[in-house]
Design a protein around this ligand. Sequence first.
Ligand code: SF4
Ligand code: SF4
Length: 202
Amino acid sequence: MACHALIISDKGLIMAKDKPQGSRVLHVFTNILPSSPTPPPLPPEVPSRQWMYWQMFRAVTKKVIRAPFSLHTWAALRRAMISNFLPDTLGYRYKAYQQGECNRCGLCCKIQFQCPFFIDEGEYNTRCSIYTTPHAPSACLKFPVDPTDLKLLQREIGNACTFYFEGAPQKLSIIDFARLYAQGVRQHFAKRKLKEAPENGD
Ligand code: SF4
Ligand code: SF4
């Protein structure tokens, strides 16, 4: 078993092989401490994590600054709230009614300003450099969350988006909403517990 000696001395906590006189030793077994998981590699278009977070911060700031005179900022905020704070039982209610496919026109990534993660490889051949990474914004992954979300986006890009909705789920009373919310939260924690369980545990 891997072991390091932590010495408590007048100089504070030090790590050493030999025990200085008059100090106490704490043995720390490093291989039973949970090691932090290795972060997934970054896509080639993203030079570093710092650069990525800085670009995200800049993009959000630019959006917020435009809030007083752009409805799009509020539409983006609405989608961010729905996709980040509602459990799947509510956030995905409209997915069964969503039709069409993304034609990769890229117009939704160029409203107000061009997103720093947007890659243009020709007409109808655009892509997002972080879409398949854990850093992709939930609001981008879950678009369109409902017909209002789609309508607000279509307004900005001249109805060029090829998604549409056919039909709609039944309207929810406040009690139904609360029930689905509670159910979604329970499912979320059950899934998380399952993920955290050791693979060979019993
Ligand atoms: S506007 Fe619609 S069709 Fe065009 S890239 Fe965005 S999601 Fe796809
Ligand atoms: S899908 Fe990617 S490129 Fe488009 S706005 Fe979202 S993060 Fe930016």
